[in-house]
Design a protein. Structure first.
Length: 354
């Protein structure tokens, strides 16, 4: 069977790989239908290896060498291991992609995303950009009947976004600013619109701001404007900003977020910065601003809510930029993401691969 295999920076090849054998007792075998790409995939392609264990074994997965990419997966179950009870052949499932041990301190606290043995399919072990894949059954959640294939491929990043929204403690009385509506930010926006009182979106891309308006934000502000900070405050009627989500990863955004947040407010940092960034720690201390961070998701908590939000609503249609084939994954997918030509999600259609 064919797969998209990462061999190094700017070197992803569609090549033949061996089909997986029978699933282990705690695994299911998937016929992969769709895989969405994200900024992490583009980062590995352009600047990696960052997370891919190309030269040394990964401490948790044990994988070393080229890896089949793809961690935002939806597929149909074609075989199940002997100990699997919750999932049956014929079910359509989304694997959460991140695997946890269940025994360490963090797993016992319910924070499986921080597991001491955590690894991610498609980054630290072979992933879903191929026809068939064996995955642990405990990371899989059944796709509701009303959730389309392309939408289900977005469930994993939506779960990451919902985890961040939950960690922020946002409530219906909060005024919230979201910096960055691309990539994970669009899914954060959907979670905020389902939870917060007033949401202001900030970005530099007019198309992304227009998408935010269609989804129902209170206001959408172009960060390139000289008075962007004043526009944000005006949009909230002069009220202080309770929570600022930084989801862009842009170099100037953390300091911009800090200037916006109110005394006693919260900064929610999600976007990954390429380099260390200066922040005025004295200001943060004197104004008692909380800094919160978020990574990945907790499969049992976040993935079911993600699938529910994606079922039947407008989000998936707004988020989808393009559907591509496996053969076009580099030219129309990864390269386009690196060049910044993608306004939403790139989803790879694998239906023709078996």
């Amino acid at each position: 069977m064919r797969a998209a295999v990462y061999h190094g920076p700017r070197d992803v090849r569609v090549e033949q790989v061996a089909e997986p054998g029978d699933p282990r007792s705690d695994q299911v075998k998937l016929r992969v239908r769709r895989v969405a790409l994200c900024g992490t995939d583009a980062g590995e392609f352009a600047h990696g290896p960052i997370m891919v264990p190309l030269h040394m074994p990964h401490p948790a997965s044990g994988h070393v060498g080229p890896v089949v990419l793809g961690h935002e997966i939806v597929g149909d179950v074609v075989a199940v291991g002997g100990a699997v009870e919750r999932i049956s052949v014929g079910d359509r499932v989304v694997p959460g992609a991140g695997m946890w041990c269940g025994d360490c301190r963090w797993c016992q606290e319910g924070r499986t995303n921080l597991c001491s043995s955590y690894y991610t399919l498609g980054l630290n072990a072979d992933g879903g950009l191929t026809a068939l894949l064996n995955v642990p059954d405990r990371m899989c959640r059944i796709v509701p009947a009303g959730c389309a294939l392309d939408a289900a491929a977005m469930a994993q990043p939506m779960a990451v976004a919902l985890h961040a929204v939950a960690r922020s403690g946002v409530g219906p009385d909060d005024g919230v600013v979201l910096i960055g509506v691309g990539g994970i930010g669009l899914f954060v926006l959907a979670g905020l619109l389902d939870t917060a009182g007033r949401v202001v979106a900030v970005d530099v891309d007019p198309a992304k701001l227009e998408t935010a308006r269609r989804l129902g934000v209170h206001a959408a502000i172009d960060a390139r404007a000289q008075d962007a900070e004043a526009q944000v405050r005006d949009a909230l009627g002069g009220e202080p900003v309770d929570i600022v989500f930084e989801a862009s990863g842009a170099a100037r955004s953390p300091s911009f977020a800090q200037r916006l947040v109110r005394r006693g407010g919260r900064l929610m940092l999600i976007g990954l910065q390429a380099d260390a960034r200066p922040m005025d720690l004295t200001d943060l201390v004197l104004r008692e601003v909380d800094i919160i961070t978020s990574v990945a998701h907790v499969c049992g908590d976040d993935l079911p809510r993600s699938l529910a939000l994606l079922s039947g609503g407008p989000l998936a249609g707004e988020a989808l930029d393009r559907l591509v084939t496996l053969d076009a994954i580099v030219s129309d997918g990864l390269e386009a993401l690196v060049r910044g030509e993608v306004a939403g999600k790139v989803v790879v259609d694998l239906d023709g691969e078996l």
